[in-house]
Ligand binder design. Structure first.
Ligand SMILES: Nc1ncnc2c1ncn2[C@@H]1O[C@H](COP(=O)(O)OP(=O)(O)OP(=O)(O)O)[C@@H](O)[C@H]1O
Ligand SMILES: [Mg+2]
Length: 345
């Protein structure tokens, strides 16, 4: 599926349409969009009211006639028309005009490793609607590995873990290709959901989704590792009375709740290692796992993986934007093509 470096070098813009955030890199201009993949629509007129940050802030706070929608779900564009309208607004007039001036606009877009033809088609159609004459598809795992500076093209193994919002992808790469990969349908959303459910069942407290991140931060700097504070106070709404209430919760129990969805991520890593040829596993023991994606920032996740796998674990420098920056580097021609047979030259 992944396009060649030469094809990518001819592209003008690169897009990463994620379930949580949309990122756009324009050749010569850099990363120009990094906004939530959210749009707010007026259901009476069908017009767009807001996109990105503004629309996300409206979630759960809208009157009946405004609907907040997410056109990308689980790494797939589920509403092509809405995704196009959202992207047009996120790009803004000035940039759109500049891109329209290109006679043959070419775009690159990254899609999850196991994206089916329908999902690939949806990503392409979205960009065709934006005026692209040609769309190149790149595997997110490859784009992210390039973006975080892994030596993808060498004959040695690197392991990457892309922790997105809807899913976590784990893969071993060698010689510019994916040797084995696994996609686990557990990401940042599942972790947030586990926290909300825990408070609901154990403390009869409803926690607005916006409060989950501050709670995670309270659990940090040590996060999901056991050295944090023993208890913390949080505010929410009582499930039965509907009145606001604050409770003192046991952080160890919250950590336990987070661990449950993360065990399937550990299973995914185990499966990739089992499927991997032994020579490559030997490389991985020294080099370890590189974590990218927004959920790699979940406090303490790296420590947990280190303990569970016994391998070195590293978080990329800018984990959330690695994939689009990797695409960007390929667009700008910063990545040297691999010479498979140096003796021939
Ligand atoms: N500082 C943070 N701590 C914990 N989680 C975070 C942090 N920042 C972002 N996240 C989580 O990361 C997720 C977003 O990651 P990312 O931006 O990689 O998603 P995406 O690329 O849109 O999703 P996908 O690739 O799965 O379609 C969200 O679920 C968010 O909760
Ligand atoms: Mg992503």
């Amino acid at each position: 599926m992944t396009a060649t470096l030469e094809q990518l070098h001819r592209c003008h813009l690169a897009v990463d349409l994620g379930a949580a955030r949309t990122r756009v890199y324009v050749r010569g201009a850099g990363l120009v969009v990094d906004q939530p993949s959210v749009a707010a629509v007026n259901t009476r007129t069908g017009s767009l009211i807001a996109v990105g940050e503004f629309a996300e802030r409206m979630t759960g706070r809208t009157p009946g006639y405004i609907r907040v929608v997410r056109p990308v779900s689980g790494g797939t564009v589920v509403d092509i028309e809405m995704a196009q309208r959202m992207l047009r607004h996120l790009l803004g007039d000035k940039l759109r005009r500049a891109l329209r001036r290109k006679p043959r606009l070419r775009a690159a877009v990254c899609t999850p490793h196991d994206a089916d033809p329908l999902a690939q088609r949806a990503a392409m159609e979205t960009l065709v609607g934006l005026g692209a004459r040609r769309v190149e598809l790149v595997d997110t795992l490859i784009a992210a590995a390039v973006g975080c500076g892994l030596p993808v093209e060498r004959a040695e193994a690197s392991m990457i873990m892309v922790c997105g919002s809807a899913a976590t992808q784990v893969a071993v790469l060698s010689l510019g290709s994916i040797v084995t990969a696994e996609r686990v349908p557990v990401g940042g959303e599942a972790v947030d959901h586990a926290i909300v459910q825990h408070l609901r069942t154990q403390h009869e407290l409803m926690l607005p989704s916006q409060s989950v991140r501050p709670l995670q931060l309270t659990l940090s700097g040590n996060g999901i590792t056991p050295q944090g504070p023993a208890t913390t106070e949080i505010h929410g709404r009582d499930v039965s009375t509907g009145l606001t209430r604050s409770v003192r919760i046991d952080t160890a129990a919250v950590r336990e709740a987070i661990h449950t969805p993360l065990t399937s991520v550990l299973d995914g890593i185990g499966k990739v290692l089992r499927d991997c040829p032994p020579d490559l596993v030997a490389d991985l023991v020294d080099r370890g796992i590189m974590m990218v994606g927004g959920s790699a920032l979940l406090p303490g996740l790296d420590e947990m993986l280190r303990e569970a796998t016994g391998m070195p674990v590293q978080i990329a420098e800018r984990p959330d934007v690695c994939a689009v920056l990797g695409l960007g580097a390929m667009l700008e021609g910063k990545i040297e093509p691999m010479v498979l047979d140096p003796l021939a030259s």
